[in-house]
Design a protein around this ligand. Structure first.
Ligand code: CAA
Length: 405
């Protein structure tokens, strides 16, 4: 049976996230956007009420929420302010590879660090010459005795300037393409230089930095999963985080849509509210359909994970559709506002700028199409159990039971 009836707990979570977004995020969102203000106080409050590290298992201090619940929260945070929302969500991206591939000690130390106090972590995959093409990365990790030594530079790193630790992908076999990448958890130290805070078009309250590792030494035990299996760990991570990103895009679209609806009922032209003109009413109708469809794809991509099923295809459908829809809906909201929509004094201008990144980060819309095309044309990655190398045995077992190899 297909049933997206939310439990009482999920409804409560959604309400709590909505109230937080309304009271704590919205009241400063447009102001923080102006100067790119770092939302430290909001991070602390969100951490306090349990809106961060939502998927961290209980044994490491988190609430261990299911992925559908995570989507409910992300939609509300995206509705409140996706720039601040991205700052709140980034710990989830950094933590997923640790939860999937870290040893018990590593999980206790690094996941525990985020749940014990409002600390931050960053996911370091992208490099100046390796964005969509992950395997083109140049950062290296070299084994020296019982240590790994990391060298290289990562760019566009969310929360990079404020993170206490980093999940870092590096080449451990330069000749082996994607099969020569490993993942590590790297605590911040003074060999790590944060040298660029990006001045961005949108989501300006989130921090985006360049993080450079200079002979950074970490214990051998900080390797996540198996050596040279980091690419798969990155892909598995993105399968788990793209539903949340899609949900945030739905929240952005919903916010633009609500403003457009309200304005279209107030603004009079040709003697009637512009909502009475079919040209505007049909735009509003299309916005509403895109939001509903985006949410359904998003919930499906989370619910598959919650049922122990691989969601690669669904996550790309959701991320692609919701991100493109957020951009379209926000652009149409500006259109509904007419010339006023282009002016900073009105709310939709910021939302349109914020929406753009949804089509870029955590895999561009083109990369999502690439994944979708591979999946549907070649059956790539379908029905494949999660690699044994990854130390999340329960999940692997669950997948094997549901999907025989
Ligand atoms: N789960 C597990 N394994 C997977 C997988 C998945 N979802 N997808 C692929 N793999 C495995 C394949 O089975 C294959 O395994 P083998 O080595 O055994 O053959 C291997 O990975 C390579 O797969 P592909 O041949 O499909 O890889 P590709 O190179 O053709 O395509 C890609 C990969 C889809 C383009 C990928 O590189 C990709 O997703 N790129 C986008 C990266 C991205 O999203 N970056 C965003 C960074 S995060 C961010 O934005 C941070 C922020 O702060 C907001």
């Amino acid at each position: 049976m297909v049933d997206f009836t939310l439990t009482d707990e999920q409804k409560d979570l959604r309400e709590m996230a909505h109230n937080f977004a309304e009271k704590e995020m919205r009241k400063v969102a447009w102001e923080f956007d102006k100067d790119g203000t770092w939302p430290q106080e909001i991070i602390e409050k969100a951490w306090e009420v349990g809106l961060m590290n939502t998927h961290t298992p209980e044994e490491y201090g988190g609430p261990g929420l299911d992925y559908l619940s995570g989507c409910l929260i992300e939609e509300e945070l995206g509705w409140g302010c996706s720039g601040i929302g991205t700052s709140l969500a980034a710990n989830g991206l950094a933590s997923a590879p640790v939860a999937l591939g870290g040893s018990e000690e590593v999980k206790k130390e690094f996941l525990g660090m985020l749940t014990e106090s409002p600390k931050l972590a960053s996911f370091c995959l992208t490099e100046p010459d390796a964005g969509s093409d992950v395997s083109g990365m140049k950062t290296t990790a070299t084994k020296k005795g019982d240590k790994w030594v990391i060298n290289g530079s990562k760019c566009f790193i969310t929360n990079g300037q404020y993170a206490d630790w980093y999940t870092v992908y590096a080449k451990t076999d330069k000749e082996a393409g994607h099969r020569g990448i490993s993942a590590f958890v790297v605590p911040r130290d003074d060999t790590i230089v944060i040298d660029k805070k990006e001045d961005k078009l949108g989501q300006r309250a989130s921090n985006t930095a360049t993080v450079t590792f200079n002979e950074t030494e970490i214990p051998a035990a900080n390797l996540l999963g198996e050596e040279n299996k980091g690419f798969k760990l990155a892909m598995m991570t993105l399968d788990r985080t793209r539903p949340g990103v899609a949900a945030m895009a739905v929240g952005i679209a919903r916010s633009a849509f609500e403003f457009a609806c309200e304005y279209s009922k107030e603004r009079q032209q040709f003697g009637v509210p512009i909502a009475m003109h079919q040209a505007v009413a049909f735009m509003i109708a299309d916005m509403a359909t895109k939001i509903e469809a985006g949410r359904l794809l998003t919930w499906q991509s989370g619910a598959l994970l919650d049922n122990g099923l691989r969601n690669t295809l669904a996550a790309s459908h959701a991320k692609r559709f919701a991100a493109d829809s957020a951009m379209e809906v926000a652009t149409d909201a500006v259109q509904v506002y007419g010339g006023y929509g282009f002016i900073k004094e009105y709310p939709v201008e910021k939302i349109m700028r914020d929406a753009k990144i949804m089509q870029l980060y955590e895999g561009t819309s083109q990369i999502q199409r690439l994944v979708i095309a591979k999946e549907v044309l070649m059956g790539r990655n379908v029905n494949e159990p999660i690699p044994e190398a990854i130390a999340k045995q329960d999940e692997a077992k669950a997948v094997e039971e549901v999907v025989p190899a």
